[in-house]
Design a protein around this ligand. Sequence first.
Ligand code: RUQ
Ligand code: CUA
Length: 684
Amino acid sequence: MVGGRRSAVILKNQEPGTRNQEPRTKYQSTMHKMRKSIFLSLLSVALIFGCQPRHGGLAGGGAAPDAASRVYVAPGELDEFYAFFSGGFSGQLSVYGLPSGRLLKIIPVFSVDGEKGYGFNEETKPLLETSFGFIPWDDAHHPQLSHTNGIPDGRWVFINGNNTPRVARIDLTTFETVEIIEIPNSGGNHSSPYATENTEYVVAGTRFSVPFPQQDVPISSYKETFKGALSFISVDPKTGHMELAFQVLLPAFNYDLARAGKGKSHGWSFFTSYNVEQAHTLLEVNASQYDKDFIAAVNWKKAEEYVKAGKAKEMPASYFHNIYDDNSHMATSKEMKTVKVLIPSECPDMVYFLPTPKSPHGVDVDPTGEYIVGAGKLSADMSVHSFSKIIKAIENEAFETHIDGIPVLKYEEIVAGIVSSGGLGPLHTEFDDNGYAYTTFFISSEIVKWKVGTWEVVDRAPCYYSVGHLMIPGGDSKKPFGKYMVAMNKITKDRYLPTGPELNHSAQLYDISGTKIQLLLDFPTVGEPHYAQAIPAHLVAPNSKKYFNLEDNVHPHVTKKESDTRVVREGNLVRVYMTTIRSHFAPDNIEGIRVGDKVYFHVTNLEQDWDVPHGFAVMGARNAELLIMPGQTETLLWEPDRPGMFPFYCTDFCSALHQEMQGYVRVSPKGADTPLKWWVGNHE
Ligand code: RUQ
Ligand code: CUA
């Protein structure tokens, strides 16, 4: 997250009497004068607006008096919205119901998950392959629903992996990760995935610029050898399959967040940057020198033309593209070797820089596509740019200067208005269905509601505490669904029963249907929810798959009926073709396995009914369980290292006789001549 977190922690931990003293850090002596004054002003404003009293000073921690009934979803009733929360450093995506705040599912994406065998079974391992090899973890920040005509369509969710740059696609019929593509020439894929109006592209901008191409150079050569790549990943409108279409090579700034244009600004994507100073050490001081950084405005339709015209350079690169197939129930990995790169100085009219005050974090586009809100996290006011003015400024060549051939537009020519919020540390903005915008303020721990077009602040609500992103259902779209707003807070502190040094992060649900923002509910989240998106349930629920058709299963090691179950030895490789059905495995007795064998259990779940997975676990396995959906085949690799009798069993309570769903594997010493045998019941 942003540098503000540390300051805020300091603020919250200090005793009241010491709050106006500047915290002492080992960097203090090196602090730039200007930085000092910013910090002091942050502190003084924080004293006015921040540092909420421990219990908010409001009855019930600030909730509306009838909040309970407004979030109550009675037993047997269903929520109105699906909300998809990123897991941050958990690497996963969690699905909640709104308004209840009930956790519906955790979808494993970038991190292995023992519960579902994700990344442990042979079928999903290829999804986590990268040019660095198998990576069992990442940091996932921004869920992005696919859009059609600028409105969430309920087909897919995309999410970025930050640490080893990747973008994943989750299919909303199965709620499973079905594709992951790695992003080359990037470091810290933060400004991602942010889809365009019809999901023509999802984007990936590098937060940490890196040498281009990657190479062993002195860090001090930053300004000469480092570059910032913005990647455009095309999405097939039918299959959802992603391809890295092209990269745009920009100066070595830190590209932080992004949003696509829509409506009148359709065809453009906007990326915030900080560290225009191009510092490579002590950024908290050195990247805060200038009073403006840039939003990079990329005309991707123009970029497409340049690619078509052969203007892109085909550069060597190594990145993985992994696709999971719902019929074979397997993922496959492919290494890609080249990428198309566009250089702005050779491609006029493709990229412009919009000066934006003070290390902007979020960039958000209003439902009409006219206004582009840049939230300068070190600035008290927010600049809103006008797309029409940007176009005019381009036509009039109202340029301040050029950087690497990229025109920098004149700030005064493109600003539509300033939101004087009175808040501190603006981060992210979303929009409702009534012409209002809502911006989070990290340092002053609040959300400010303002009117788009007049820029006047009409309401504000405290957050507990240190809010990062916020989410309004459809709040990034052309037609926000509105009604609710969720704040995602970085610090939970005293909002829940203590659970040792770490507390789960907290989401807060507000009602925004009236003139006043009203707090309804707090609920804990998994990992760090950087961002979330929500969609009315009726756009997703009817398409939800109940089971996989066994007939369509083309897994190379599927077993479609119990009479086909068998055990096959090829040298020291043993394949067990196994089936499950309530309430037994076939086979459930196996002999003739030897120490040193590599045993693959290919388990097919023969059930053809909703919500009847079976589990499979074998003693001493060094991976995880399998959790096999009806009609699916999954594979567990087991390498027995000692002779003996090894029970296996079903881990998911599937029936009244679930406890009976078990079996034995006899393991003999290396070289033993125990005959290979398998059976279930009386049939051998
Ligand atoms: S971030 S709290 Cu990783 Cu989207 Cu702004
Ligand atoms: Cu199958 Cu429990």
